[in-house]
Design a binder for this molecule. Structure first.
Ligand code: ME8
Length: 507
């Protein structure tokens, strides 16, 4: 892999950015940093899905001009991702003229190719999903299982449809030939189940009498494009598609999504691409959901909502990035709360990583006149400590998958913990008292700090601001670009930066 294109979903702007948005976007940022550090030319795209009924009604509720509303909301998303240190290359807004023009052009091509048909449709609609539903998608109260607080609507109207069934077998064959198409395997099985039965035609239009916020159909101006049919195309229009060089990145695209939008990405999108004659995505990586305390969906009424910006304000962006990276369980849903984040921040980042740095750096600064100690002959214990750090960091010197992130992050913290044990067992504060062993104290300090440096360089992929701050304390700046963990890069006799607390305790 020499190039890579990672995408987040584009988020609805009917409310402020929430924790789920933060999660997928931070995971994509981590994957992007990881690939760049491994020499892969990677582009990251994120942004906002600005069409559809939900967004339109939110603007109406506030009595705002719709474009003003969209500008305001999308700037909130941009700000949130900036605060979370997300280094994106593209920030999508589907109201951008170029995007809208390409969507309309594509629809005209589909129409000309006979891939769009017109018919009367009667059915149930969930505004929350912006999708038509069947009886089996509803709960006992007759509401959408994903949006149990919203009424579904009965709809009877003329619409335009894209037939999916003619493509189903081709998609199944593609999945068979590319078992990595969806990761992790649990979600591949879910996708296969979705494709086990004939597929209904996909309704790609909404009458303007009901929804006006959307891309007008090029062949019928009484209709706008169904929001999903326009949103998915962002992944291509972003790259300037159908311009000349989009293929370079498109052929390496990986979509990262939450489990709630597997059908749109795993069924609709590949089939739309087949209709266009385009290459299918290389991979769709899926994660579970965060649940609030009590292991239930977050909701205002339960008071278990975790607001990402409040967390950033209280603990800093890296506390949130770390929690999201370390504590999401592959394939499953996971719990989050302010208390859990606080516990991980103080107990894992603070006690294990920050504490090791301040213990070893402060001691060195006090005893060696602010200078980095020098290394003498290494013992077996020193070599073992170094090997632990190197091994944990090595996990970041290869391209990893979305599902690898928790274990790789845990390995770094675990290694820091073991370095703490090494430091305590070697007790340099005792060694320094005896002139015969004083040099040995310097070696222990050097080994500790140099091994920690290796961990911090790997940590840059997860918690970039804190890692860089720590590396500055060790006078060990790291250049952007390709990286591999190497020992003995700490400069003996170099001058420490100011030793500040990396993760000040929050109570
Ligand atoms: O679906 N835990 O937008 P959306 C983790 N506009 N991630 C979560 C989550 C949770 N509890 N809740 C949501 C849309 N997410 C469409 C996408 S793409 C062409 C169009 C994340 O604002 C997860 O990534 O509803 C999920 O897929 C996404 O937010 C849904 O965001």
């Amino acid at each position: 892999m020499t190039k890579s294109y990672i995408t987040t979903p584009i988020y609805y702007v009917n409310a402020a950015p929430h924790l789920g948005h933060a999660h997928t976007t931070v995971m994509c940022d981590i994957m992007t940093r990881n690939r760049k550090a491994n020499g892969v030319d990677t582009r990251l795209s994120t942004g906002c899905d600005e069409h559809g009924q939900k967004n339109q009604e939110s603007a109406e509720k506030l009595g705002m001009d719709v474009m003003e509303y969209l500008d305001l909301r999308s700037s909130e998303f941009k700000k949130a991702f900036d605060l979370l240190d997300v280094d994106y290359d593209y920030f999508v807004r589907t109201t951008r003229p170029f995007h809208k023009e390409q969507v309309a052009a594509m629809e005209q091509k589909f129409m000309d190719a006979g891939l769009i048909i017109e018919k009367q449709y009667t059915g149930i609609y969930c505004k929350g999903c912006e999708q038509f539903k069947t009886e089996s998608d509803l709960n006992d109260e007759g509401r959408c299982v994903d949006h149990p607080n919203m009424d579904v609507e009965e709809i009877d109207e003329k619409n335009y449809f894209f037939p999916l069934e003619p493509f189903r077998q081709r998609l199944l064959d593609h999945i068979e030939a590319n078992p990595d198409f969806v990761q992790p395997p649990k979600f591949l099985s879910e996708l296969k189940n979705m494709l086990a039965e004939p597929l209904e035609d996909l309704c790609i239009s909404r009458p303007k009498s009901r929804v006006s916020l959307g891309v007008t159909l090029p062949f019928d101006e009484d209709f706008v494009t169904y929001v999903w049919f326009d949103a998915l195309i962002n992944y291509l229009t972003n790259l300037g598609w159908p311009g000349n060089d989009y293929q370079d990145y498109w052929s390496e695209v990986e979509h990262v999504i939450g489990k709630d939008i597997l059908k749109t990405h795993g069924v609709y999108w590949p089939i739309i691409l087949m209709g266009m004659g385009e290459t299918l995505p290389k991979r769709i990586s899926v994660h579970g959901h965060w649940l609030g305390s009590g292991g239930v969906k977050m909701s205002k009424s339960l008071g278990n909502v975790v607001d990402p910006l409040e967390i950033v304000e209280k603990f800093g962006a890296d506390a949130l990035r770390y929690y999201l990276a370390r504590h999401m369980r592959a394939e499953n849903d996971s719990q989050i709360s302010v208390e859990l984040i606080q516990g991980a921040y103080n107990g894992e980042l603070g006690n294990k990583v920050g504490n090791l740095l301040s213990r070893a750096a402060k001691f060195s600064v006090d005893r060696f006149d602010g200078k980095i100690p020098t290394k003498g002959t290494l013992t077996e214990e020193d070599e073992a400590a170094r090997a632990i750090a190197l091994k944990a960091a090595q996990g970041f010197a290869e391209v990893f998958a979305l599902t690898d992130i928790p274990a790789r992050t845990e390995a770094l913290v675990q290694a820091a913990d073991e370095l703490n044990n090494y430091f305590t067992a070697q007790a340099p504060w005792k060694l320094i008292k005896d002139p015969e062993t004083a040099d040995r104290a310097q070696t222990v300090l050097y080994v500790t700090l140099d091994s920690l440096r290796v961990l911090l360089e790997a940590f840059r992929q997860i918690i970039p601001t804190s890692a860089d701050k720590a590396l500055a304390i060790l006078a060990a700046p790291v250049e952007e670009g390709v990286w591999s963990p190497e020992l003995d890069r700490l400069e003996e006799g170099g001058t420490f930066g100011e030793v500040v607390a990396l993760f000040p305790r929050v109570t």
